[in-house]
Design a protein around this ligand. Structure first.
Ligand code: SF4
Length: 260
């Protein structure tokens, strides 16, 4: 039985191998086994992924029907739960306004009213306007033209847009544009640090991102699923107050011994 069916399954089969798991067969991802500093880290990252996937299954991220919807969602979910951002997305959809041209023509005040459920709505209206301006200048609202641009170029350019920081830029790159960029968020930092993996740096955003990207193959499908699984785990077990009794990776977690 295959539990892990990607959209790109045929391509993926050529690069994947099958492994046994307690719940059947899963397709493993392409893990790199040439770490920069040691041989333990890639195995540990692979093990975490396998265990979380066995526990939670595929997460089907990011919920969005178009790349622009994902981009807008990445801004709307800043500093709020996805449920609130989703209500704002729904309002835009109901007004047929979830496209760059419609948002460009809409006043900031009207936009703010529509996205009110996402919180910080005045600020986020300006951020969405800035994103739309960037799309107009960069690709004339034809998002397929972004395919010709390098990931580094797009990332650097996105980071110059008002209201777009590294996490939002990388979410756009990975989930809207399918680029192999690992997204780091507070959940990822919490889980990785509790497990006992150190970044070898100052634990900056870039340090955490390097930790994953230096030890995993550059694979957008893997990065998509891995990040989504970390978020799931942070919500189910590794919460602010961790529920280690419900955790499926206690045996590989440095922090768990005193909590169970
Ligand atoms: S054992 Fe506890 S601290 Fe470690 S990952 Fe699981 S929930 Fe988090």
């Amino acid at each position: 039985m295959f539990l892990f069916i990607y959209g790109k399954v045929e391509e993926y089969h050529t690069k994947a191998k099958l492994i046994s798991s307690p719940v059947g067969m899963v397709i493993t991802c392409r893990f790199k086994h040439k770490p920069m500093n040691n041989t333990v880290l890639p195995n540990k990252l692979e093990n975490i992924f396998k265990r979380l996937f066995s526990c939670y299954g595929r997460q089907h991220w990011w919920p969005g029907e178009t790349p622009f919807e994902v981009m807008a969602g990445a801004i709307l979910t800043q500093n709020t739960a996805w449920e609130n951002a989703s209500r704002a997305v729904g309002n835009l959809k109901n007004c047929s306004a979830l496209n760059p041209r419609a948002l460009q023509q809409m006043s900031s005040d009207n936009l703010a009213l529509l996205i009110r459920p996402s919180g910080y709505f005045n600020t986020k209206a300006l951020k969405l306007k800035s994103l739309v301006d960037w799309l107009g200048q960069t690709c004339g609202f034809n998002l397929s033209l972004l395919e010709a641009l390098s990931t580094d170029h797009i990332r650097h350019s996105l980071l110059s847009v008002h209201g777009i920081g590294p996490e939002t830029a990388d979410s756009i790159l990975l989930y809207a544009l399918g680029r192999p960029v690992f997204v780091i968020d507070a959940y990822t930092r919490r889980i990785i640090s509790r497990i006992g993996i150190t970044t070898g740096g100052d634990d900056s955003y870039d340090d955490y991102q390097r930790l994953f990207m230096a030890n995993l193959e550059p694979d957008a499908v893997l990065y998509n699923e891995y990040h989504a699984l970390l978020v799931k785990h942070a919500k189910i077990s590794c919460k602010k107050q961790p529920d280690c009794k419900s955790c499926c990776i206690t045996d590989i977690c440095y922090s768990c011994s005193g909590r169970i």
